[in-house]
Design a protein around this ligand. Structure first.
Ligand code: PEP
Length: 256
């Protein structure tokens, strides 16, 4: 079996104005000065910066992702952005089902599934987020919740070339709290087993499962060394090029 190539993806959320493009230039310079050949790097800025970010990142090897898409190709949906439009801006991936969208916009698994299908239709990688709330964990319902989200959100046709799963415990996002390595290992192993049931063992073995939730340079090494963790989805720490590159650098000297 070939090893899974890890991915570190930065989610800028609703942060970033024109001056933030300087962080992308700095990131590009870091990667040029000291490449990390054993891992992939992606940045997901807000939609307003996608086209300009795409220009900045040309030739850098850093992929560009978006944070959400509408399920349909085009039409009367004021304010929405289709997966095809994101691809047209230079994006190669889109995050769907982030817990902030599930909470702020009431997104349910069926909608996340439709968005992931839209991503596939447009040739984008769907980064599908799942994860339990603090109450779910307290109620020992983590695996049930994650199983339900995977079953509802991962469309048929998902495979390693078009899909990434991000396990993001809601209570760990932006809080500085993280699960123990053993807890992360348990959920990631469970996610891979569930994917085996949903998309087949072979596909599941190759698919990247990212951990997300308060990943920082200081804890990246411990978290990214956990079994079945194939990279990270990074929020707050991705806003600074130095921090995102430091997290990526965890893979320096490792072979994929
Ligand atoms: C996220 O929102 O995807 C995330 C992981 O955020 P943070 O790293 O800030 O916890």
């Amino acid at each position: 079996m070939t090893a899974i190539r890890p991915l570190v993806a930065g989610n800028w959320k609703m942060n970033g104005l024109s001056p933030s493009l300087a962080e992308l230039r700095a990131l590009k310079a870091h990667v040029k000065r000291k490449p990390v050949p054993s891992a992939d790097l992606m940045v997901c800025p807000p939609a307003t910066l996608l086209a300009r970010a795409s220009d900045v990142l040309v030739g850098s090897g850093i992929a560009l992702g978006a944070q959400d898409c509408h399920p349909l190709r085009s039409g009367a949906h004021t304010g929405d952005i289709s997966a095809e439009m994101l691809a047209d801006c230079g994006a190669t991936a889109v995050i769907v089902g982030h817990s902030e969208r599930r909470t702020d916009h009431g997104e349910i698994d069926a909608l996340v599934n439709a968005k992931a299908r839209a991503a596939h239709r447009a040739g984008l990688t769907a980064i599908i987020c799942v994860g339990e709330t603090e109450k779910d964990r307290h109620d020992s319902a983590t695996l049930d919740v994650v199983a339900r989200q995977l079953e509802g959100s991962v469309p048929q046709g998902s495979e390693a070339t078009n899909t990434v799963i991000a396990y993001e415990p809601v209570w760990a996002i932006g809080t500085g709290l993280t699960p123990t390595p053993a807890d992360i290992a348990e959920v990631h192993g469970f996610v891979r087993a569930e994917l085996g049931r949903l998309i087949g063992e072979e596909g599941a073995r190759q698919l990247r499962i990212l951990y997300g939730g308060s990943v920082k340079p200081a804890n990246a090494c411990e978290i990214l060394s956990v079994e079945d963790v194939n990279g990270a989805l990074v929020g707050g720490a991705s806003l600074r090029a130095d921090d995102l590159y430091a997290i990526l650098s965890t893979y320096c000297g490792r072979t994929a």
